[in-house]
Design a protein around this ligand. Structure first.
Ligand code: PHE
Length: 345
């Protein structure tokens, strides 16, 4: 007959082979269960003579205790293994470098606008803002633009519901700002007193049906307007030259006026600029339309052209930003590609 020590050994092996608590319970049943081996041994006790009974009973009890100890050890080992597994699965590597939140930056067009506002601000210009969906009156008619002017054609202008347009330039801001200014100072004009000069820039989005490497259907302009009682082209020249020199941080820069035509200025001129050094050196670059505000436009502002005179200009911000940052294709500004944009952080 098998010695109890061997039974204990078999139980130990069976427990060791169990890799889950369920398997361990099955192995336990084989030895300690109702019909397990040790239980069967106990049942046999009754049939033994009294003198053998005692010794045998003690042996069985000792074996049972050993098996129970082995079982308890294995239970604990399995529980520990499971805990270790769980800890490993949920572990944090505190030595990994953290994932930083990327720091954003302003869009180059926004940066250019802020520069423009700061520079003109330092020259005493107010900054104004107005609607991008404009009425025909402000975008065209008040600016002396006749009904048959080509700018009004569907090829050039985005028309929206209700006869409105997406403003094709920032020039409607000339009228909007001046009308407000004149209304505010009407009492002075009525009393024959001088009105504070109108001196404003109006940067913002503008729209035209146009799209290639140097034209986008949405682009940016800033309008400039200076109206008073004795404002002349020489003021325009000094303001604009001062502006480009500050914007490009270079005194080695010239501008010239080239005769042109706009319905709302007379005379009208394109402003070209030329760098005296650097990669763009020696080429005239067109940067702005400009001119003396047309008498009819002065009237539409609520002023008397016999008394009030001034100049206006409208410049492309995208163009200036391209030149300042050395960007070759306008579309980079509007693609939203982070490889491009993150260079301006
Ligand atoms: N509005 C004109 C344009 O978009 C520019 C301009 C503005 C010209 C003011 C003269 C005076 O081309």
């Amino acid at each position: 007959m098998e010695a109890f020590s061997q039974l204990v050994e078999r139980a130990g092996l069976a427990f060791a082979q169990a890799t889950t608590p369920a398997e361990l319970e099955d192995a336990k049943a084989v030895f300690l269960g109702k019909s397990g081996e040790l239980t069967a041994q106990m049942k046999l006790l009754g049939s033994l003579p009294v003198d053998e009974k005692k010794a045998r009973g003690a042996e069985i009890n000792a074996a049972k205790q050993q098996v129970e100890t082995l079982l308890a050890d294995r239970r604990q080992a399995l529980a520990e293994a499971e805990l270790a597994l769980q800890l490993r699965a949920e572990s944090l590597d505190v030595t990994l470098p953290g994932r930083r939140r990327g720091s954003g930056g302003l869009h180059p067009i926004t940066r250019a606008m802020e520069r423009i506002e700061a520079i003109f601000g330092s020259m005493g210009f107010d900054v104004a803002d107005g609607p991008e969906i404009e009425t025909d009156w402000f975008n065209f008619t008040a600016l002396n633009t006749p009904a048959d002017h080509p700018a009004r054609s569907m090829h050039d202008t985005f028309y929206v519901e209700g006869g409105h347009v997406l403003r094709t330039h920032t020039s409607p801001m000339q009228i909007r700002y001046a009308v407000r200014h004149v209304k505010q100072h009407r009492h002075l004009l009525d009393a024959g007193l001088p009105m504070p000069e109108i001196r404003v820039i109006a940067p913002g989005r503008t729209y035209r049906v146009d799209s290639d490497a140097t034209h986008s259907p949405m682009f940016h302009q800033f309008e400039g307007l200076w109206v008073g009682e004795a404002i002349s082209f020489k003021d325009l020249k000094s303001v604009y030259l001062g502006f480009v020199r500050a914007f490009f941080e270079s005194d080695d820069l010239r501008i010239r006026f080239r005769p042109s035509y706009f319905p709302f200025t007379e005379p009208s001129a394109e402003i070209d600029m030329m760098f005296g050094s650097g990669p763009m050196q020696g080429r005239w670059l067109e940067v702005s339309g400009s001119g003396q505000v047309h008498p009819q436009v002065i009237r539409n502002m609520g002023l008397d052209p016999e008394r009030h005179i001034g100049f206006a200009f409208g410049s492309g911000i995208d163009r200036l930003a391209m030149l300042r940052y050395g960007v070759s294709d306008l579309r980079h500004f509007f693609d939203g590609d982070l490889r491009f944009l993150s260079q301006f952080k």
